[in-house]
Design a protein around this ligand. Structure first.
Ligand SMILES: Nc1ncnc2c1ncn2[C@@H]1O[C@H](COP(=O)(O)OP(=O)(O)O)[C@@H](O)[C@H]1O
Ligand SMILES: [Mg+2]
Length: 246
């Protein structure tokens, strides 16, 4: 079982503090929701966890199974079992989806010897399950993909890379009801006692399909409330003002 431990984390862009004394632990088998209004710093936390070069950690730690990730490359973090599905996945022109997946897989699992045939059989199986047609395999990554197709491809990457700690940033945005159902089913299928999830969302919508045991609310780069899924239900009914007041 893996554990992600974020302790007293502070991070900034240039001279702007965006993450302020944030602590959070996600263990294998746990589903956490991270909620908060627009601009709270949720996506920033995802980027900081993944080691995006725009963000500087000024103090605190991010550990997976005791191993410090601050100061390591995004590739090393992926190798240590961390995965982030982006809120706004970018297009990578000239890189085919097949090549992208194979390269990422080899980076994350350098010692696994899966044949090319087995690998693509697996990719094709899961493309079908997330609702991407087989023809996508030879298209450039996210190039001309709709918002929903980009989200489906993020989930496909998760399945293929088999991370231990999964951060999903607004995975439900841009998905219609049927697509959300399909993507939620694939997430639930992947969920196990070995995998911990951090589901970032400002709506309660996806949490109806994937019920979290823990809900955290962020504002201005800080965790300001933590508890059970009752919090997400109350946010659905009343928005964030009652938390601001509390
Ligand atoms: N690279 C950046 N440069 C300057 N400000 C940034 C940068 N990235 C994020 N921010 C700011 O940080 C705040 C939090 O943004 P974000 O993490 O995207 O919020 P959320 O995902 O909760 O809606 C916003 O005010 C945003 O403008
Ligand atoms: Mg965001």
């Amino acid at each position: 079982m893996s554990v992600l431990e974020i302790k007293n984390l502070y991070a900034r862009v240039e001279d702007k503090e965006l993450i302020n004394d944030l602590s959070l632990t996600v263990r294998g088998g746990e589903i956490h929701a991270l909620m908060g209004p627009n601009g709270a710093g949720k996506s920033t936390l995802g980027y900081v966890l993944m080691g995006h070069p725009n963000y500087t950690v000024t103090s605190g730690s991010i550990r997976i199974d005791g191993k410090e990730l601050v100061g390591t490359t995004p590739e090393e973090r992926a190798k240590n079992g961390l995965f982030l599905a982006f809120q706004n996945p970018v297009a990578v022109q000239g890189v085919k989806l097949s090549t992208f997946l194979r390269t990422a897989y080899n980076q994350v699992h350098p010692n696994e010897k899966m044949s090319i045939q087995d690998f693509y059989d697996r990719v094709k199986l899961h493309m079908k399950r997330v609702g991407l047609e087989e023809s996508f395999i030879s298209r450039s990554v996210n190039d001309g993909f709709s918002g929903g197709e980009r989200k489906r491809f993020e989930i496909l990457q998760m399945i293929i890379l088999r991370p231990k700690i999964v951060v999903l940033d607004e995975i439900d945005s841009g998905l219609d009801v049927d697509a959300l159902k399909m993507v939620s089913e694939e997430i639930k299928e992947y969920y196990s006692q070995d995998v911990g999830f951090l589901i970032i969302t400002h709506y309660q919508r996806i949490l109806k399909n994937i019920e979290p045991q823990f809900v955290h609310v962020m504002m201005n780069g800080k965790m300001i409330m933590e508890g059970s899924n009752d919090i997400s239900l109350k946010i659905e009914e009343q928005g964030y003002d009652w938390i601001r007041g509390a």
